[in-house]
Ligand binder design. Structure first.
Ligand SMILES: Cc1ncc(C[n+]2csc(CCOP(=O)(O)OP(=O)(O)O)c2C)c(N)n1
Ligand SMILES: [Mg+2]
Length: 309
C-alpha cells in the first residue's frame, strides 16, 4: 500500500480551482453555442472530489455519474481531452463519442444512468477482491440515486462479501428540481447502516475536513475491512444542467456564502493564490483553444458497420 504524503494546501486549492474555472467555461461555452447536448456542472461541490480523490492509489477504480467533470479532473484527467469530448472532437476522452456524461479513461468510468453504476462498481470491487490486487473502488452517487432499487441490492452484496468499495454519497439536496424534503424518507446514513456499512458523514465545504474523513475510510477499505460510505452534504451553485433551476434564489445565495474555494484560499498566501489563479486561467484557455481547433469525430466511424442481411 502506498502511504499518502501530507496534503499540500496549494495543490488542493489548484485542483479545486481547475474544476471551478473549467466548469465556468463550460457553462459560458454552452451559452455561446460552442457545445451541443447537455452537461451537469460540479460548481460548489469541488471539495468533495478533491478531498476524497487525493486518497487514490495508482490503479484504484473510480466510478462516477452524470456530474462527472469534477471527479474526472480530480482523478487526474486532462482539461483538454475533456473539453474536446464535450465538443465531439476526435481528441476527446472517448474520441468525441461519449459526451459530458460518459467519460472513461484509465480506471475512471462515468455513466449517466442513475444507479446503474452502483452494481458495476460492486462487480468491479468483487473482481478486485478475487484477484487480490489490492486496488479499491471509489463509487460516487447522488441523493437522487437513492430512489433506485438496484442501489440497495448492490449495498447488500458489497457488505455480505466485504468488498473493497467506498461509496461517496454527495447530497446536494436536490435531484434535478426535486428537493430531498419531498423525495427522501428517513436518513441517508441509515440506509447504509441498514446493510452494516460503516458510514461517516460531514456537512462542510472544508476540503481538509473531507480529506481527513476520507483518509480514514479509505485506509479501512484498503485494509480489507469491507465497504464504507461517506455521506457528504453539499450544494451545487449552478443549475442542474444548464438552465433548469427552480430553487429559491435566496437559498442559493445563502449556500454560496460557504464556498469551498475562498474557504480554503485563506490558508494560502496571496502571492501563491495569485500565481495559481493565473496558471489555472491559462490552462483552461489553452484547453478550450486546443479543443476547438481539433478535428470533429468522423461520423462514419461512430458506429461499427452492422450486417443485418
Ligand atoms: C435511471 C435514470 N433515471 C432518470 C435520469 C434523469 N436524471 C438525470 S440526473 C437526475 C437527478 C440526479 O440527482 P442526484 O442523484 O441527486 O444527482 P445530482 O444531479 O444532484 O448531482 C435525473 C433524475 C437518469 N439519468 N437515469
Ligand atoms: Mg442531488
Amino acid at each position: 500500500m502506498v502511504s499518502h504524503p501530507p496534503v499540500d494546501n496549494q495543490e488542493l486549492y489548484r485542483q479545486m480551482l481547475r474544476i471551478r474555472r473549467f466548469e465556468e467555461k463550460v457553462l459560458d461555452s454552452y451559452s455561446k453555442g460552442i457545445f451541443y447536448g447537455t452537461t451537469h456542472t460540479y460548481i460548489g461541490q469541488e471539495a468533495d472530489a478533491v478531498g476524497v480523490l487525493t486518497c487514490l492509489n495508482e490503479g484504484d477504480i473510480v466510478v462516477s455519474n452524470h456530474r462527472c467533470h469534477g471527479h474526472f479532473l480530480a482523478y487526474g484527467g486532462s482539461m483538454h481531452t475533456l473539453a474536446a469530448e464535450l465538443m465531439g472532437r476526435e481528441t476527446g476522452v472517448t474520441g468525441g463519442r461519449g459526451g459530458s456524461q460518459h467519460v472513461m479513461w484509465k480506471d475512471f468510468y462515468a455513466s449517466g444512468i442513475l444507479g446503474g453504476t452502483i452494481p458495476l462498481a460492486v462487480g468491479m470491487a468483487y473482481a478486485e477482491k478475487a484477484h487480490r490486487r489490492g486496488r479499491i473502488v471509489f463509487a460516487f452517487l447522488g441523493d437522487g440515486t437513492l430512489g433506485e432499487g438496484v442501489v440497495y441490492e448492490s449495498l447488500n452484496m458489497a457488505s455480505l462479501w466485504r468488498l473493497p468499495v467506498l461509496f461517496i454519497l454527495e447530497n446536494n439536496r436536490y435531484a434535478q428540481t426535486t428537493s430531498i424534503q419531498i423525495n427522501l424518507a428517513g436518513g441517508i446514513s441509515e440506509r447504509f447502516n441498514a446493510f452494516a456499512i460503516p458510514t461517516d458523514e460531514a456537512d462542510t465545504v472544508d476540503v481538509l475536513e473531507i480529506n481527513s474523513i476520507a483518509r480514514f475510510a479509505v485506509a479501512s477499505v484498503r485494509a480489507g475491512e469491507g465497504p464504507r460510505a461517506l455521506v457528504l452534504h453539499t450544494y451545487r451553485y449552478a443549475p442542474h444542467s444548464k438552465g433548469d433551476d427552480t430553487r429559491d434564489p435566496q437559498e442559493v445565495i445563502r449556500y454560496r456564502k460557504r464556498d469551498p474555494l475562498p474557504f480554503h484560499a485563506k490558508r494560502l498566501t496571496s502571492d501563491f493564490r495569485r500565481q495559481i489563479d493565473s496558471e489555472v486561467e491559462a490552462e483552461v484557455t489553452e484547453a478550450f483553444r486546443q479543443a476547438q481547433a481539433d478535428p470533429l469525430a468522423d461520423p462514419a466511424t461512430l458506429t461499427p458497420p452492422v450486417d443485418i442481411s
